[in-house]
Design a protein around this ligand. Sequence first.
Ligand SMILES: NC(=O)c1ccc[n+]([C@@H]2O[C@H](COP(=O)([O-])OP(=O)(O)OC[C@H]3O[C@@H](n4cnc5c(N)ncnc54)[C@H](OP(=O)(O)O)[C@@H]3O)[C@@H](O)[C@H]2O)c1
Length: 319
Amino acid sequence: MILLSVSEPNATPTLISAPIPTPSDTQIQVRIAATALNFADLLLIQGRYQDTPDFPLVPGLEISGTVTAVGRKVTTHRIGDRIAAITGHGGLAEYAVLDARRAIPLPDAVDFHTSAAFQITYATAHLALVRRARLAAGEVVVILGAAGGAGLAAIEVAKAAGAKVIAVARGADRLKVATRAGADISIDSAATGFADLLHSHAPFDIVYDAVGGDAGTTAARRLRPEGRHLLIGFASGDHPTLKPNHLLVKNIDVIGFNISAYPGLNPTAMTDSLTTLLRWLEQDKIRPHIGHTFRLQDANQALDLLKSRKATGKIIVTP
Ligand SMILES: NC(=O)c1ccc[n+]([C@@H]2O[C@H](COP(=O)([O-])OP(=O)(O)OC[C@H]3O[C@@H](n4cnc5c(N)ncnc54)[C@H](OP(=O)(O)O)[C@@H]3O)[C@@H](O)[C@H]2O)c1
C-alpha cells in the first residue's frame, strides 16, 4: 500500500510503499476512504504535537472507511462495516489498523467524507462547550479562529445549543464562511480597532479560544463574572495573557481541553459525544464544511494549503 511517511521532525513528508498492516487480536484493519486534516498534523510533522508517536510517522488523525479484517477477539465489528475513527495518526495511507473500540459504526445516510471530517472538530466543540464549559441556551460565545475547522464546528455546536455566537476571523471571505455557518455577528481580527469592535458586543459568557495570543487576551478581557475561557489551541503561536487578579475578582474559569486525551480519559464521554453528533448530522443540525479535497498522491499540496491559512473548513485526502 501507499502511505505518506515523515522520517524525522520537520522532514518533508514522502510517499512510500509499505506492506498492508495486519490487525492484532483487539484491532480492526480498515481500507481508508477519507482522511481529514487538522492543524495538529502540522505539529505532528514538526514533532511538536503533545501526542507525537515515534518517527518515522504517518500523519492523519481521523479517518473513515470499510473494515477489511478483524482481530480474533473483536466482536463489535465485521468485515464490510462502514466506520469512522479518531486514530491519532496513520490516516494518510491506504489502510490502517486500530483498536476496535475507537471505531464508530456509520449510519447509511452519512457519507465517508463527512464522517471523516466531523469527528475531531465537532467532538472538540461539543465536549468543550457543553461538557466542560456548561454552555447554556442564551449565552454569548466568542469563537476565535472561527473560519478554521475547529471554529466552524464550534459555531454550529454553539448555535445548536441555543447560544448567541460572535465569530472572529481574518478577512471578508473568511467572515462570510463564518456567517454562513450560523454566526450572529462576525468580526475581522485584522480590522483597525479590532478590540473596540469586539468589546462593543461584550460582555461574553464563553471565549472558545483556538488562536491564543493577542486575540485571546483581547476577548478574555471582557468575560462577564462567572465567564469561562476555553483553551482550545494556540494557532497564533502564542498563549493568551490571562491575568490571575481578573480571574479571581470576576470568578472566571480557565478551562483546558484536549480531545486526544478523551479515548483514554473517558472513552464513554467521547463515544456518547460522537453518537450525539452523528444523530445531529442525520438530522441536518450540523453540516461539516469541507472546503477542499485532494488525492493521497497530492497530500503535500493539502498540507501546504493547511499551512497557508487559506483553507476554509476541512481538507479531505482520499487514497
Ligand atoms: N484542544 C483540542 O482538543 C483541539 C482540537 C482541535 C483543534 N485544536 C487546535 O485549535 C487550533 C485550530 O485548529 P483548526 O484545525 O481549526 O486549524 P485551522 O483550520 O488551520 O484554523 C486555524 C485558525 O487559526 C487562525 N490563526 C490565527 N493566527 C494564526 C497563525 N499565526 N497561524 C495559523 N492560523 C492562525 C486562522 O484564522 P484567521 O486567519 O482567520 O485568523 C485559522 O482559521 C489549533 O491550534 C489546533 O491545534 C485543538
